[in-house]
Design a protein around this ligand. Sequence first.
Ligand code: ZN
Length: 112
Amino acid sequence: MPKHEVPIPKRLRIGAVVVNVAWGGEVDDDCVENQRYGHFGGSRRGRKRIALDSRQDDDHFSCTFIHEVLEAISSVWTGGDIPHSTLCTMSEGLHQAFEQMGVRFVKGDRKG
Ligand SMILES: [Zn+2]
């Protein structure tokens, strides 16, 4: 059981770009439809968004969040030049390190 559950915020600033973070409802449906656990890309309003399937278990959800943050960093800072296999390796490794330290990223409070 992780000792430190860090609530995922609604927004993250990566470089100069504000990225919304969303899960649940139609975001979950979209993930299932596209057979993915998460996604970084444009939202319908033309903003950048990290979408996460909230039906994953907590362990996997945290790993997916880390992965999509790396996707966003790659997009903002390198124009997406980092190979996807590298992003996968880095997110798995970071997730493993965080879990050992008792740190897990969890669904935050959506209100307020
Ligand atoms: Zn990916």
